[in-house]
Design a protein around this ligand. Structure first.
Ligand SMILES: Cc1cc2nc3c(=O)[nH]c(=O)nc-3n(C[C@H](O)[C@H](O)[C@H](O)COP(=O)(O)OP(=O)(O)OC[C@H]3O[C@@H](n4cnc5c(N)ncnc54)[C@H](O)[C@@H]3O)c2cc1C
Length: 295
């Protein structure tokens, strides 16, 4: 029996050759050999144990909003956290499952008069992805509110780690390096008038609509901010706004975003990323590091 059959037998939802373009905000990516959708933590743990026993590589997918998946597709398994949702709020403490929408969670907290996640309103990721990336915006980031995270280790052990054990830095944490899977996250927020919180969220969202090319598929900021600079400004100053490879384009609205104008492939996006890095290096002697994860 293959892994696919074993998963079916265990009653765990699995698809063969699922197009990753359906699961990434870039709308790009070839088929995943196995696409697994656990509904519970037990199913997730069981699926991983089956994959480990077979030596099948497993990648974890949140909302795919910081990912570029290659056009040929992926061997092995992609485990989606899409169905691992839910959150509970008690006093000013929040506990959210990895697959929960970060924007929905920040809205829910705001409605309850809990402040701290205003920055996250409009970030289209999952809670798990936001912890891994230490997602941030408008002066806030996940590490400001995170108290602890429940992870599954590569050995299949469930552990609760304090936020200060996660080496959270600018768009980074130790989670990827350690091969942990985030199962859930705990956050501590502060009480504040609900109207104030919701007004700030609206203000942030309006700033996004005004400045970001939200009308096109993308993965948000393509590059990290080099120390002391803004990637978008460097790219604009290098005259690269609007530069294209195939249907991938440096957004003219916000040069820090590479957008998919319709039928861009991963090869187009990668080609454009390479060109932008080369031109910025030539003109300013600076290295632009990719923020987007590439599979
Ligand atoms: C329009 C737009 C605007 C954006 N604005 C911002 C912004 O303001 N600030 C910001 O920081 N980001 C922003 N992003 C990028 C993105 O939304 C964030 O990086 C987000 O945190 C990614 O979460 P995700 O669930 O989509 O992760 P994915 O893209 O699915 O995955 C990203 C990485 O995290 C890993 N991962 C995901 N879930 C887990 C898990 N449970 N356990 C272990 N590893 C996991 C994946 O393997 C992958 O390596 C934006 C993106 C878009 C498209």
């Amino acid at each position: 029996m293959g892994v696919y059959e074993e998963l079916i037998k265990a009653n765990i939802e699995v698809r063969h050759g699922e197009p990753m373009a359906l699961h990434t905000s870039f709308r790009i990516g070839g088929p995943a050999e196995l696409f697994i959708l656990p509904k519970t933590l037990e199913e997730l743990v069981q699926a991983l144990a089956l994959l480990r026993a077979r030596g099948t590589e497993a990648r974890v997918l949140g909302k795919g909003s910081n990912l570029l998946v290659n056009d040929q597709g992926l061997l092995g398994a992609v485990i989606s956290t899409e169905k691992l949702t839910g959150s509970a709020i008690s006093g000013n403490l929040v506990h959210a499952a990895a697959g929960e929408s970060l924007t929905a969670l920040s809205r829910k907290a705001g409605e309850r008069g809990l402040s701290g996640l205003e920055f996250a309103y409009g970030i289209p990721g999952s809670v798990g992805g936001a912890v891994v990336m230490n997602a941030g915006a408008y002066g806030g980031e996940m590490r400001d509110v995170l108290t602890s995270v429940q992870v599954l280790t590569p050995q299949g052990e469930i552990r609760e780690l304090d936020a200060d054990q996660l080496a959270m830095g600018y768009r980074t944490s130790c989670i990827e390096k350690e091969g942990y899977i985030v199962l859930s996250a705990r956050m501590k927020l502060t009480e504040k008038p609900r109207e104030e919180i919701l007004a700030l969220m609206e203000k942030n969202m309006n700033a996004r609509r005004e400045k970001q090319p939200l009308e096109y598929p993308s993965a948000g900021s393509t590059f990290k901010r080099p120390k002391g600079y803004f990637a978008g400004k460097l790219i604009m100053d290098a005259g690269l706004g609007g530069m294209s490879v195939g249907d991938a384009q440096v957004s003219e609205k916000h040069c820090g975003f590479v957008i998919n104008r319709g039928h861009a492939t991963a090869a187009d996006v990668n080609g454009l990323i390479g060109l932008v890095q080369e031109r910025v290096r030539e003109q300013f002697g600076l290295e632009l590091e990719c923020e987007v994860r590439r599979w």
